[in-house]
Every structure is written in structure tokens, then in C-alpha cells.
Write a protein that binds this ligand. Structure first.
Ligand SMILES: [Zn+2]
Length: 252
């Protein structure tokens, strides 16, 4: 059974065709959620990539929604670039260097968009996640992860080295990371009122941003105003109490 929908879109500058995929939501086997809101369905990020850099002419363009007529599901009868050529700007996402390159791409995007707050919010959130990707799976370094049998010893050892490198880079860029999430917080704060559908999700994001900034008192203050304790909120609160400021795996 085909788990993916394949779509095609055209660069508005040079008319090259690009191919991409979306996971069919009804066929997802495994969903993974992290504390910063990044969600993976069968290892694919659920957040659509709104900025595309054309692999043929390097033109940057914005795709707000992957819907017709911007995309088509009809295969063009000319050659096209496959997903890996433009997804995450073509970086090799599995390597630590690739993750850092992604951060730098987002920095470049910020320079291009000038004063568009909507776009800035999207880019800063993506940049936040890209920094966090450096340390996102640090839990796999632990011995109990090896003992759980999810990785062979050799794979675990190699992965552990990658996690350590990611951690080092994350620490080296920590000032920039904080600067980015502080600005992101300002963009998210006050954006929604309790009447908006997005309000609850934005409150959770604000709590998480405070936590990752190390502002545990502020995070707790907002947590105290939330009557409901979902699995997600309970986990965030636990980490706030422990004064942990790293992204962590919530479910998956
Ligand atoms: Zn192009």
C-alpha cells in the first residue's frame, strides 16, 4: 500500500518541476511528539516546509499551503527534481553538519523576508527546532536506551558520538539559540486571545519557550493557571521543576 501522496510544484522563476511527498495521515504507524511541538509521523515532520529554494536556479519562494493550484498531483511529463533536492534546502539532515547548515539557511531566510512578522514567526520556529535537532535525541545516549534493544551496540556507539557532537555544537551556539527563542517568544506572546482556536497551543509553546530559556519561574507561573493536566503538560511541569532546559521526547 502506498503511504504517501506525491505532489508536484513548479518554481515560479525558472519553471523547473519539483516533486514532494506528504504522509497519508490515516496510514501513520508511529507518531512522535517532542516538547517543542515538533511532531514526526513515521519519521516525517508534520509541519509543511513553507520556504523552498529551487535546486535549479536557487530562487527562494514561499508556499503557504500545499493545495491546488499551487501543487498538482498530476505527474509532469518532463524531468523533475526529487524531494531530497529541495527538502530542507537539500541539506543532509541526518548529519550534525547538515542540521547546522539548516540553522544557517533559516538565518539567511530571516534576511530575505524583511519586516513580515508572519513569516518571521514561521522561520524562527523552524530555526528553534533546527537548533533543537542537534540535541533532540540525546535520550538515545543513555544506557537504558541501548539495553532496550532498539539499537545494536555498534549503531548505538556511533549514534552516541553523533549526539555528543550535536551537544557540543548546541552549546557553542547557545547565545544565538537564546536570542532566537527570545524573539520568537515576543512574536507568539499576545498573538491569540482565549477566544481563538490556537490559544491553548500558543500557551503551551510560551511555557516551553520560557523553560528552554531557563526562566523556570515564569514557566511555572503560567502552568499554575492551567487547570488541565494532560500527559504533555504534566511532563513539561516535571522538567520545569527539575530545572531542565533541553528539548525532550514527550511521546513516541
Ligand atoms: Zn527555479
Amino acid at each position: 500500500m502506498i503511504k504517501y501522496d506525491t505532489f508536484y510544484l513548479q518554481c515560479p522563476c525558472c519553471n523547473s518541476w519539483l516533486e514532494g511527498h506528504t504522509v497519508k495521515s490515516e496510514m501513520v504507524n508511529k507518531s512522535v511528539l517532542y516538547s517543542d511541538g515538533k511532531t514526526l509521523n513515521d519519521n516525517f515532520i508534520t509541519e509543511p516546509q513553507k520556504i523552498i529554494k529551487c535546486p535549479a536556479c536557487s530562487h527562494w519562494f514561499w508556499v503557504e499551503e500545499y493545495k491546488e493550484p499551487v501543487v498538482t498531483y498530476v505527474k509532469p511529463n518532463v524531468p523533475y527534481y526529487n524531494w531530497n533536492h529541495w527538502r530542507f534546502f537539500g541539506v543532509h539532515f541526518n548529519s550534525v553538519e547538515g542540521r547546522m547548515a539548516l540553522v544557517n539557511h533559516y538565518k539567511g531566510c530571516l534576511e530575505v523576508i524583511k519586516n513580515d512578522k508572519e513569516k518571521e514567526l514561521y522561520i524562527r520556529r523552524m530555526m528553534w527546532w533546527a537548533y533543537n535537532d542537534l540535541v533532540r535525541n540525546n535520550y538515545q545516549m543513555k544506557l537504558d536506551y541501548l539495553l532496550s534493544g532498539k539499537m545494536s551496540f555498534n549503531v548505538w556507539r556511533k549514534n552516541r558520538r553523533k549526539q555528543e557532537m550535536g551537544r557540543l555544537l548546541f552549546k557553542q551556539h547557545h547565545d544565538e539559540y537564546i536570542e532566537n527563542i527570545k524573539t520568537l517568544l515576543l512574536l507568539v506572546k499576545g498573538r491569540y486571545t482565549p477566544d481563538d482556536e490556537e490559544y491553548e497551543a500558543s500557551i503551551l509553546e510560551i511555557i516551553e519557550l520560557y523553560r528552554e530559556m531557563g526562566e523556570f519561574k515564569e514557566a511555572q507561573k503560567i502552568l499554575n493557571t492551567i487547570p488541565r493536566r494532560t500527559h504533555y503538560i504534566a511532563n513539561i511541569e516535571k522538567e520545569v521543576k527539575k530545572k531542565h532546559d533541553f528539548v525532550f521526547l514527550v511521546a513516541g
